[in-house]
Design a protein around this ligand. Structure first.
Ligand SMILES: [Zn+2]
Ligand SMILES: [Zn+2]
Length: 367
């Protein structure tokens, strides 16, 4: 199989792609695949061309601006890098395979639509009730000791995607550590977390795992990228919860941990419904809105949410008294009630005289 590679030294995406392609190319050559790549330069001058070709172990057509144009038009190249697999008749066998090679490396061969569908089906099978040994090449504990994936069997698993450079990840790690130790130590439940780092280098990875009491996919292990792809992780922090059968319970474990902590374990739908029902009950004892001497606006009861209390500056979950006007949040337990407003009526409290006029007689808003 002949593939044309359209690329240029001045392009950062090209420079990032070439090492990935070299790796896939070498792996395919090693397994005896009949593959050759021909580099067609989109460089502006011969120096750039020579510089770029240095990083490539395959063939090249000599630097020629006219040939660039002809081949570029013939294969409708509208961006670089572009990797076009050709059939024996030199017609395009499949569309640009750059994305496929970035995702799957050598496994992408022979780059056809059929192969792409096969690979997607394999990912889907892993996502839906994956066997754990197929998900991980290796996992280690935070003392850098290798652990066999069988330690995960029978447990609820959290796949935690995060990085040290991301402040929300660092905050979430603290919440997850708290929930994790409650679940494992206090409740003695079968729960494990595996950290899948999207750190930029080994140093950052080491900083990430020092804060973590659970397992991690080693930084050098390629399955980190595979897991991001398989579980379609689009942002971090992200926590994917898998049940003991390997099936995905939730792709939004982050919200579950933030809201319910250890109380949410094992995070199944019936469990969450149960928690929400009991929270509803707790909320029934609270007034729908209050005035509080610490804040100048009416505070309304809201649920469920995770919030930072503006009075004690600590995290709160479930019920909060919240201000529609400025976003102030208050733990219900810290409410120093001036006037409980079970009904939306004109209130009368010591604060009223300090309020702006429009706030003194709020207009009823439904029931
Ligand atoms: Zn508070
Ligand atoms: Zn306010």
């Amino acid at each position: 199989m002949i593939c044309l590679l359209f690329s240029a030294n001045w392009s950062r995406p090209c420079k990032a792609f070439i090492p990935q392609l070299v790796q896939a190319y070498n792996a395919l050559k090693d397994t005896g695949q009949e593959l050759e790549v021909i580099f067609v330069s989109f460089d502006r001058d011969e120096n750039g061309f020579n510089e770029h070709f240095k990083s490539m172990p395959w063939l090249v057509v000599p630097f020629n601006v006219n040939l660039q144009k002809i081949l570029g038009n013939l294969y409708k190249v509208n961006q670089i890098p572009s990797f076009i697999p050709l059939g024996i008749d030199t017609k395009m066998l499949a569309k640009d395979a750059v994305g496929l090679i970035k995702d799957y490396g050598a496994d992408a061969f022979p780059f056809t639509k059929k192969r792409q569908e096969e690979l997607k089906a394999i990912d889907e099978a892993k996502r839906q009730g994956g066997k754990l040994d197929e998900l991980f090449n290796g996992i280690k504990n935070t003392f850098d000791v290798e652990v066999h994936p069988s330690v995960l069997v029978g447990k609820t698993i959290g796949l935690y995607f995060g990085a040290h450079w991301c402040p929300p990840c660092r905050d979430f790690t603290v919440q997850l550590v708290e929930a994790y130790s409650d679940i494992i130590n206090d409740k003695n439940q079968e729960f494990e977390v595996v950290f899948i780092s999207t750190d930029r280098d080994h140093k950052e990875f080491d900083l990430s795992v020092t804060k973590m009491p659970w397992l991690a996919v080693p930084f050098d292990d390629k399955s980190r990228q595979d897991l991001c792809r398989i579980f379609e992780v689009k942002w971090i922090p992200s926590l994917i919860l898998l049940g003991p059968d390997g099936r995905t319970i939730s792709t939004n474990g982050r919200a579950m941990i933030s809201l319910y902590g250890a109380r949410g374990f094992p995070f199944t739908e019936p469990k969450i419904l149960e928690i929400e029902a009991s929270l509803m009950k707790e909320g029934h004892g609270l007034p729908p809105q209050v005035m509080d001497c610490k804040h100048e606006h009416i505070l309304k009861l809201e649920m469920p949410k995770a919030f930072i209390c503006d009075f004690c500056k600590k995290r709160g979950t479930f019920w909060a008294f919240s201000c529609d006007v400025c976003g102030y949040d208050l733990h219900p337990s810290e409410n120093e009630n001036l006037e409980v407003m079970r009904e939306m009526t004109t209130f009368n409290c010591a604060m009223a005289k300090f309020l702006p006029k429009q706030d003194r007689a709020p207009t009823p808003k439904g029931t």
